[in-house]
Design a protein around this ligand. Structure first.
Ligand SMILES: [Zn+2]
Length: 350
């Protein structure tokens, strides 16, 4: 199996978000890719610029980053032939590698906009090298810029950054140098095409955590009614175990946390993230992983902080209600007062 390491440059509505076409908020202007074999040796390269058909002028913010020139792009091919060529070039036995999750998403959105057929597997698993780099070299949570990784790995900076070909090339170089074996199981799931039904829901089991990606729901409330969403079991033995903390919401309401205890394998924590779909629905990404004593303390503190925040909010609302009530009474009193005042004013003018 080959690795297709690719990178895209794209433009967006030049005159602000209001002029954006919601079907294609980001129009791809350049595709760059490096094909690596299973031993991570470069076997081919791909580079094409694209003549834009949606946004004919460059967004000012984009222009600051991307080095593409609209005048030069007018001589390029349009997206459809370039994309077809790219998909053909990828071959049939490959896995995508990108720096961050957005390129895979925007590639599919552009393919759909131009109604180009593609037969990516479902679910589409890929390597987010930014994540793998973080897992191998950092804390696994931070998402460093490509240039930071290139510098940290001592890769000679012979090319300019923020070009599709150049960034794909740098990403491939990071992949070659990275101690990849220990992190190679951590594939990412593409969220562009979500599960259409309960049967298609995604459950991945990694060495250090379990991941679940749900189908789409109309609302958070509907999702949280679903037993599959709130199920939490020991990642090692799969036993449903003692609940130490039921699911509780973060103060923003976008995250939920829970804690269980397996008599054999110890504490296990769950995290539910509420995410928006491309439409106006939501879906759930749940991760379950063993919890350290520190994790348990952190969760307790988080729950307490949420409770305190809610308590403060309730108190504030109560106070506001009291004020409104007082004001309502005060207003009627004030009315009397103002009448008096007018009398006074009148009397003083007299
Ligand atoms: Zn267990």
């Amino acid at each position: 199996m080959n690795y297709i390491v690719f990178d895209l440059e794209w433009n967006q509505a030049p005159f602000g978000h209001g002029r954006s076409n919601p079907k294609i908020p980001f129009e791809i202007l350049e595709i760059g890719a490096v094909k690596l074999n299973a031993h991570r040796k470069t076997i081919d390269e791909f580079h094409e610029t694209i003549k834009p058909l949606v946004y004919r002028e460059m967004n000012k913010q984009t222009q600051k980053i991307v080095h593409l020139d609209m005048k030069e792009l007018k001589d390029s091919k349009t997206f459809s032939p370039v994309a077809r060529h790219f998909l053909e070039w990828c071959g049939s036995d490959y896995i995508f590698v990108t720096w961050g999750p957005s390129d895979i998403f925007e590639l599919q959105r552009n393919l759909d906009y131009y109604r180009i057929q593609y037969d990516f597997p479902k679910p589409l698993l890929y390597y987010d090298l930014q994540k793998l780099y973080s897992l191998a070299e950092d804390d696994g949570k931070r998402r460093p810029a490509l240039q930071e990784a290139v510098e940290a790995m001592g890769i000679p900076e012979t090319k300019q950054f923020h070009g599709a070909y150049e960034d794909a090339w740098y990403t491939a170089e990071v992949m070659k140098k990275l101690n990849i074996k220990p992190v190679l199981e951590y594939k990412s799931v593409d969220y562009y095409h979500l599960p259409d039904s309960k049967d298609e829901e995604i459950r991945l089991h990694f060495k250090t955590y379990d991941k679940y990606v749900s189908m789409a729901y109309d609302s958070k409330e509907e999702a949280l009614q679903d037993k599959a969403v709130t199920a939490i079991r020991c990642t090692k033995c799969g036993m449903p175990v003692i609940r130490r903390m039921n699911w509780f919401a973060s103060s923003t309401g976008n995250m939920y946390y829970a804690l269980i205890q397996c008599p054999i394998h110890g504490n296990v924590k769950g995290k539910i993230r509420i995410r928006k779909t491309r439409g106006d629905k939501i879906f759930i990404v749940k991760t379950i992983k063993p919890a350290t004593d520190q994790d348990v303390e952190d969760l307790k503190a988080r729950k307490e902080a949420v409770r305190e925040k809610r308590h403060k909010r309730v108190e504030k609302e109560k106070a506001a209600r009291r004020r409104r009530k007082g004001k309502a009474q005060g207003q009627s009193g004030k009315k009397d007062g103002s009448v008096k005042q007018t009398d006074q004013v009148q009397s003083s003018t007299k």
